[in-house]
Ligand binder design. Structure first.
Ligand code: GLP
Length: 261
C-alpha cells in the first residue's frame, strides 16, 4: 500500500481521475470498478472534462460498480445506477451495455449476486478499482466483520451508514436497509486499487485503515494486503496519520509519481 497526500480535496480527486485517465489510455478495453458517494462526484466531473476537452475515449471500456441498494429501481434518483448515469455514463462515450451494476430489484437476490460475479470473471476481472471509504470503514458496503474472502452478496447497512447516507435521502427512514455489494475478496481480486478519501470526517477511519491492524472490523484495512493499492487523501483526511512525512517523501521521490507532482 502507498499513501499519497495532496493539499486539498480538489487535488486529491484530480490525481485519482488522472490515474484513471492514464490507465484508460494505456488499455482502451479496461475494466473499471467504480464507486459512488460525494467524494467520487469530483473524480467523475474531471473524467467528463477529460473526455470533452482532451478526447478521453471510453468507447471500449467496461465498468462494474461496487454496490447498489436493494429495492431501488434504476430510475430512483437515489439509486447508484441513477448516480452513475448522471455523473459519468450519460456524459461520456461509454457503451451503456458495458456499464454493469448489481440489480437491486432482482427477485432472486442471491442469484443476482452470483450472476454479477460471473459477469466480472467473464470480462477478465477488474483492472482498476476506484474506492471510497465510509465512516464505518466500509469499502463498497462491506460493513464491519465482513469476511476478508467475501464475494458479492446482500449486506445489511449499519445504523452509522444509514445515518451517513440519510443526507442524500432526506431522512433516515428513506434509506434502504440492504444493499448488494462486491465482497472484500472480490475487491482484493482487482489488479489495482485506488482509495480516495477527503475531509476531516474521514481522518479517523483513514488512520485505522492505513496504520491500524488488519481487521474485519475495518474492511478497508484489508487493502493493506493488496499488491497494488494507492490511498489518496487530502490534508484533512490525512491529519490523523502518524507517518505523514514518510508518505510525502514517497510522493516526492518515487519515479512513478513524477508526472503527477
Ligand atoms: C457509500 C458507498 C461507498 C462510499 C461511501 C462514502 O456508503 N457505498 O462506496 O465509499 O458511501 O461516501 P462519501 O464519498 O459520500 O463519503
Amino acid at each position: 500500500m502507498e499513501v499519497i497526500i495532496r493539499p486539498g480535496a480538489g487535488d486529491a480527486g484530480n490525481l485519482a481521475a488522472r490515474l484513471m485517465g492514464r490507465s484508460l489510455r494505456d488499455k482502451p478495453q479496461i475494466v473499471f470498478g467504480l464507486a459512488t458517494g460525494r467524494t467520487m462526484a469530483r473524480v467523475y466531473a474531471i473524467l467528463v472534462e477529460m473526455h470533452k476537452t482532451g478526447g478521453l475515449d471510453f468507447s471500449l471500456a467496461s465498468t462494474f460498480n461496487l454496490d447498489e441498494y436493494v429495492g431501488l429501481p434504476p430510475e430512483d434518483a437515489q439509486s447508484y445506477r441513477h448516480y452513475m448515469d448522471a455523473h459519468l455514463f450519460g456524459q461520456v462515450n461509454i457503451d451503456l451495455r458495458n456499464t454493469c451494476l448489481p440489480d437491486g430489484m432482482a427477485v432472486d437476490l442471491n442469484a443476482e449476486c452470483e450472476r454479477y460475479e460471473r459477469l466480472m470473471a467473464d470480462r477478465g476481472g477488474i483492472d482498476f478499482q476506484l474506492l471510497g471509504i465510509g465512516r464505518s470503514g466500509h469499502i463498497g458496503f462491506n460493513e464491519p466483520l465482513s469476511a476478508m474472502f467475501s464475494r458479492t452478496r446482500v449486506k445489511a447497512l449499519t445504523p452509522e451508514t444509514v445515518e451517513q447516507n440519510a443526507v442524500q435521502f432526506g431522512s433516515r427512514e428513506r434509506v434502504p436497509r440492504h444493499a448488494i455489494t462486491m465482497g472484500v475478496g472480490t475487491i482484493l481480486d482487482a489488479k489495482r486499487c485506488v482509495l480516495l478519501a477527503t475531509g476531516l470526517e474521514k481522518a479517523d477511519i483513514v488512520a485505522k485503515a492505513v496504520e491500524g491492524p488488519i481487521t474485519s472490523m475495518v474492511s478497508a484495512s484489508a487493502l493493506q494486503m493488496h499488491r497494488r493499492c494507492t490511498v489518496i487523501v487530502d490534508q484533512d483526511a490525512a491529519s490523523r496519520l502518524e507517518h505523514q512525512e514518510y508518505y510525502r517523501w514517497i510522493f516526492q521521490n518515487e519515479p512513478e509519481w513524477e508526472p503527477y507532482r
